[in-house]
Design a protein around this ligand. Structure first.
Ligand code: FPP
Length: 257
């Protein structure tokens, strides 16, 4: 029996507009092949470049990937340096142009080596008019860092008399986040077999569907992506409501179309 590929199963009318990814498993992928951990990151970078086209073809507007967390600064110096070198060498502006992808970053970019900051800024500038999709790379990023920075911004506005404490709401916080330009992800994918969020987009993922796979990031390809989307499409997104309410409002939306 020939199994249907997930690529054929995906409903192209209900693809998430924003997918966030924790690209885990590079180190183990390399170790299992008798390679250095750094070589796993090289393979992971290739996987990221290769997924850009399927992401575009599927009509996913935003892809946000966790490339380097605040906590990753604590890894052995050799690995941190290798990751920085990789960013310097492999942030591929041509690949972004080829796929009409706008490149963005979130995170404490000021902590990156100056030469990496220059490459990042170059990619930001050169891709700023691309419109097919947005690739956001989280670099020196953590949710707690982002929320602390947002809190400081809001506190300053209160201190300056520009904002009343009573007027602070979800929108105030959204607008103050480093990732304020992103819609909330409908789907978060974590590769590499771990079941945690690792300080990634915690505010934004409040109602995201979570998908975990054992596949290591360097092996994550178009078919794996379609499988994740297919699983997402099987879920009922209730946002705190009952199943009956969701069915009713879907019917109403169809009538009003
Ligand atoms: C987690 O795997 C992965 C990382 C800490 C780095 C991910 C970075 C890339 C894929 C490079 C991105 C490149 C560009 C140009 C944006 P791990 O090392 O924790 O794997 P393990 O859990 O198997 O040890």
């Amino acid at each position: 029996m020939i199994e249907t590929m997930y690529k054929e199963k995906v409903d192209l009318t209900r693809v998430p507009q924003h997918i966030a990814v924790i690209m885990d498993g590079n180190g183990r992928w390399a170790k299992e092949r008798g390679m250095k951990r750094q070589e796993g990151h090289v393979a992971g970078t290739q996987a990221l470049n290769d997924i850009l086209k399927p992401v575009r073809d599927l009509g996913i507007k935003y892809l946000t990937v966790y490339a380097f967390s605040t906590e990753n600064w604590n890894r052995p110096e050799e690995e941190v340096n290798a990751l920085m070198a990789l960013l310097y060498e492999k942030l591929d502006v041509n690949k972004f142009m080829e796929n009409d992808v706008r490149f963005r970053v979130i995170g404490d970019i000021g902590r990156l080596p100056k030469i990496v900051q220059d490459v990042v800024n170059n990619c930001l500038e050169q891709t700023s008019n691309n419109t097919s999709g947005t690739l956001t790379v989280a670099l020196s990023y953590s949710s707690k860092w982002e929320l602390v920075e947002a809190t400081k911004k809001i506190a300053r506005r209160v201190q300056e008399g520009k904002l009343n404490v009573e007027d602070i709401n979800d929108k105030t916080i959204n607008e103050s986040l480093n990732a304020s330009f992103l819609p909330d992800p409908e789907l978060l994918i974590r590769t590499g077999g771990e079941f945690r969020l690792s300080n990634y987009l915690l505010w934004q993922c409040a109602y995201s569907e979570l998908y975990f796979t054992d596949t290591y990031w360097p092996d994550f390809d178009e078919e794996e992506l379609c499988k994740a989307i297919w699983f997402y499409q099987q879920r009922e997104r209730r946002f705190g409501k009952t199943s009956e309410q969701v069915i009713e409002s879907t019917k109403e939306q169809q009538v009003n179309k």
